[in-house]
Design a protein around this ligand. Structure first.
Ligand SMILES: Nc1nc2c(ncn2[C@@H]2O[C@H](COP(=O)(O)O[C@H]3[C@@H](O)[C@H](n4cnc5c(=O)[nH]c(N)nc54)O[C@@H]3COP(=O)(O)O)[C@@H](O)[C@H]2O)c(=O)[nH]1
Length: 877
């Protein structure tokens, strides 16, 4: 059995095409010559081993090698390789000693032999060849048995050397001087010369058939032969000598050697002389450097790749360790193999507690069997599952997580692990819940908002029309709530709204609902009532509850509300109509005095229409020049003379006639046009006052009302400054009347604005004093000049029988004293009777204003009131 037969390369070469320099390439390409270094040597190993027992004679061993055309024989004892004998060793045999050939091969073999495990890589074999300085390695299995042989030739020649061989000339590979032996030498002499020169071949010259060649293999054949050895090597030499050109490529030489199945070829120089002998081992030696270099590079590459892989692994590990997501690796037997620190943080389980356990300890019990069935089904079909799942922490707490599971498969496609990555989404869930709440609930009061109310109303309407129920919708609006906001600030206003919301909720039956529609407006749904009176009774109850005092931050507040009620089916077929009609009824309740409720009647629509058309007309009133000012005098209670005038606006509507400010000022505030109107009033009043001065009338101060909204939304000192400049009115003739509510918001800012106005020379008085929620400490801070006692207090000085009402009288006295204590003037407004004027004078009030002296009149009519005693006869001067 040939030692080198049976490998893939050899098998292909058996069918190689006849030698032709240009055609070998095709066949050559079919050979799997280029094997990567990390492939196992199994790809190139020769499994058919030529072997013999240790006692085999040298002659027999050589004969078997010769027959098998094999360069070595393995000596095996009890199945284990113990040594090797090669062609090179044959040169050491003393051919002149007839007993030398009968010695046991174990006496001349090389031992111990170098082995390599069959799982080693081609790269490993390459390293071993270099380290051990051998050309053959015996391949062994786990039990140490020889399973094949691998030669250095196999490794090098299958390692993609073609490109290199093609570029090298044959001449460059000639390493040793050629050994030339005369044909007359005996074989023993020739063997000795070969051994001495460490040559594996020699040229034989001077013989009968021209130049010939003998090689180590001829010596082996001689040893193993049965015929007596020839007298000279002339008969032993192979002829004719196969040759190749010195300038041919090594690749061509290799192809030639393989095609002829020879291992030596003569090299012919350019001048036709024989230049040397090129052997297969010369080609190998040439490749040696290249091979070692490549091997070195490959090893460096492998080390770098290993380093890179280690680095990548360590980076991946760092990323996993630092990840905020929990990571858990579970093996195919459902045992936890790995968890990262976030896993421990999120679940409470340390690696020691969870590794080796089944991950079902995390189960919350919230998920159904079908949920898990779907999950495993997805893993089986798509190697992946992602979704939301409830799990349990070690402390028993259940939490929602966003979980991704990926199946990890091995090279054979079997499931090796499951990688689970999850994050705690409790916060996200809470946010979602909050968003849902924001969408359907009012943030301040926690009541349903408009959207939820509409949803509920829609549902209730569907039920009511299906089962012929009567349904009621109420719209509830707090009366004068703006005053609380304006005077005490929005913080207190908010607390009032929360309290009202609670009171409303507590009044309702189960199934009824209350919603906050925005601002101070609430709606109530009674989805099923027996009769309209039920809604009316509830409205009364609500009003009673609302008007109970509310204590907020030491303030005792009294709030009332107006309620409108519309019922289905009488007052509207659907949502829009019902709410609109309840709204109209609510406005009606306000119009007729507030703190009450109204059931909707179609006649109310006319009123609602009126409101709309008034809004539209008000928008155009200024440009259409429909506003006028009237003036009401203030009188000094000591002299009886005019001490000032107050400018009051009137709207001359082309169709509706004169509209009082109580009707359109709140509307203008709501519509956002109050500042424009206010500026017009200011300029017109200044213009009028300047006109009186120009007429030579005694100088008089003119007071202008500034609404709280106008004060806060415009730069009042700037507006006033421009008005004074444009009309050339000296500032000391202007007074601004502000309500208490102005003083109660943004106190420091307001005080600064007032100081600016005072610095300009403008006077400030507080209008309607006593109706708001002024705090004395604030009042002290404010640069003001006068307090105007609200006319409701003046009205209450006397009772219906004309005698002094203790409470009313003392309130007025207190306000007058307060003003004087703060070094302010006290002015009484709404004075209608001589008794009131006398009372006020007796209490030290400085000035009065009211119908007793004069109703508001036009600027022209006012001229007649200048420079005379205006107090009617009968008042005690
Ligand atoms: N922001 C602005 N507000 C203004 C302006 N003009 C008026 N107003 C405010 O409108 C409210 C009602 O004003 P009006 O209908 O003009 O009534 C004033 C007087 O006519 C009325 N008055 C005067 N004397 C008597 C009386 O003896 N009895 C009685 N029943 N009413 C009387 O009082 C009103 C003046 O009040 P006041 O301003 O508080 O001094 C009113 O609040 C006006 O402030 C404006 O241009 N801008």
């Amino acid at each position: 059995m040939p030692l080198l037969r049976g490998g893939r390369a050899s098998a292909k070469l058996q069918g190689a095409k006849p030698y032709k320099f240009r055609s070998w390439w095709d066949g050559f390409l079919e050979v799997d010559r280029h094997l990567p270094l990390d492939q196992t040597i199994a790809r190139i190993v020769h499994t058919e081993i030529l072997s013999c027992a240790p006692e085999t004679s040298v002659r027999d061993a050589a004969r078997r090698m010769s027959m098998a055309r094999c360069s070595s024989i393995l000596i095996v004892e009890a199945g284990r390789p113990v040594g090797i004998w090669t062609e090179r060793d044959s040169l050491s045999v003393d051919l002149s000693d007839p007993t030398a050939l009968d010695r046991p091969i174990s006496a001349v073999m090389s031992a111990p032999i170098k082995t390599i495990h069959q799982q080693a890589t081609i790269g490993d074999a390459g390293i071993l060849f270099r380290l051990e300085g051998v050309r053959h390695l015996v391949v062994i299995d786990d039990s140490g048995r020889a399973t094949g042989i691998v030669s250095q030739t196999d490794v090098i020649m299958r390692h993609g050397v073609e490109h290199f061989l093609m570029l090298r000339r044959v001449g460059s590979a000639l390493r040793r001087p050629m050994l030339v032996l005369p044909a007359t030498l005996s074989p023993a002499q020739a063997a000795a010369r070969l051994n001495e020169a460490r040559a594996d071949s020699a040229i034989v010259e001077g013989g009968t058939g021209g130049l010939g060649i003998i090689t180590e293999r001829d010596i082996v054949r001689l040893i193993g032969g049965t015929a007596p050895p020839p007298a000279t090597i002339d008969a032993l030499a192979s002829r004719p000598l196969v040759t190749i050109g010195c300038d041919d490529s090594l690749l061509a030489a290799r192809t030639l050697l393989e095609a002829r199945r020879i291992r030596h070829v003569g090299v012919i120089a350019a001048d036709g002389r024989l230049d040397g002998v090129l052997s297969f081992s010369d080609i190998l030696a040439t490749l040696q450097y290249e091979y070692v270099h490549r091997l070195h590079e490959a090893l460096i590459e492998r080390d770098e790749a290993l380093l890179r892989a280690r680095h990548d692994l360590s980076v991946a590990r760092k990323v996993i360790d630092a990840s905020l997501d929990g990571v858990m690796i579970v093996n195919s037997s459902f045992q936890v193999e790995f968890v990262n620190p976030s896993f421990t943080h999120l679940t409470g389980y340390s690696p020691e507690e969870i590794i080796g356990n089944n991950p079902k300890v995390l189960k919350s019990g919230r998920q159904s069997e079908s949920f898990y069935r779907d999950l495993y089904d997805s893993l089986a079909r798509f190697d992946h599952w992602q979704g939301e799942i409830w799990n349990r922490r070690k402390n028993g707490e259940i939490f929602p997580e966003w979980l991704t599971i990926n199946v990890i498969r091995d090279e054979d496609g079997d499931v090796s692990q499951y990688a689970a990555i999850f994050s705690d989404i409790s916060e996200r869930k809470r946010t979602e819940e909050r968003i849902k709440n924001l969408a359907y609930f009012d943030v301040l009061t926690g009541l349903p908002n408009r959207r939820l109310f509409i949803d509920r109303l829609q549902l209730a309407l569907a039920n009511a029309s299906r089962y012929n129920h009567v349904l009621a919708v109420m719209v509830l609006d707090l009366d004068l709530f703006k005053r609380i906001n304006d005077s005490l600030g929005h913080g207190i206003g908010d607390q009032v709204l929360v309290e009202i919301a609670g009171r409303l909720s507590r009044c309702l039956r189960e199934g009824d609902s209350v919603a906050r529609m925005g601002g101070d407006e609430f709606t109530i749904l009674l989805p099923q009532i027996e009769q309209i009176e039920t809604a009316a009774r509830l409205a009364e109850r609500l009003l009673t509850q609302i008007k109970q005092p509310i204590v907020v931050n030491d303030h005792e507040l009294y709030v009332t509300a107006s309620i409108g009620i519309a019922v289905f089916p009488d007052n509207g077929p659907g949502i829009e109509a019902l709410i609109k009609n309840a709204d109209t009824a609510m406005y009606r309740a306000k119009d007729i005095g507030r703190n009450g409720f109204q059931l909707y009647s179609p006649a109310m629509n006319a009123r609602s229409f009126e409101r709309l058309s008034m809004e539209s007309a008000l928008r155009h009133a200024l440009v259409r020049n429909q506003f006028r000012l009237v003036y009401q005098v203030k009188v000094d209670l000591i002299s009886g003379r005019m001490s000032g005038v107050e400018a009051l606006i009137r709207w001359h509507h082309p169709e509706s006639g004169l509209i009082p400010p109580t009707e359109f000022i709140p509307l203008a505030e709501n519509m956002g046009v109050i500042s424009e109107i206010g500026e017009w009033v200011l300029r017109e009043a200044c213009r009028q006052c300047r006109h009186w001065l120009d007429l030579g009338l005694p100088p008089v101060r003119i007071a202008v009302n500034v609404s709280a909204l106008q004060f806060h939304e415009t730069d009042i000192p700037d507006v006033v400054g421009r008005a004074l400049r444009d009309t050339a009115l000296p500032p000391q003739f202007l007074e601004l009347e502000l309500t208490e509510s102005v003083l109660m918001q943004r106190v420091d800012e307001v005080a600064e604005v007032l100081r600016d106005l005072r610095t300009m020379g403008v006077r400030i008085s507080i209008d309607d004093f006593g109706t708001g929620y002024s705090s004395l400490s604030y009042l002290k801070k404010m640069p003001i000049d006068a307090l105007k006692v609200d006319r409701s207090f003046i009205h209450d000085i006397f009772n219906e029988t004309g005698s002094v009402a203790d409470e009313g009288a003392s309130i007025v006295s207190t306000i007058i004293n307060l003003a004087h204590n703060l070094k302010l003037k006290a002015i009484a407004e709404g004075v209608e009777t001589i008794a009131q004027a006398d009372f006020l004078r007796a209490r030290g009030c400085d000035e009065v204003q009211g119908f007793l002296v004069s109703r508001p009149v036009s600027g022209e009519d006012l001229i007649s009131l200048f420079d005379r005693n205006l107090l009617p006869a009968g008042t005690e001067m």
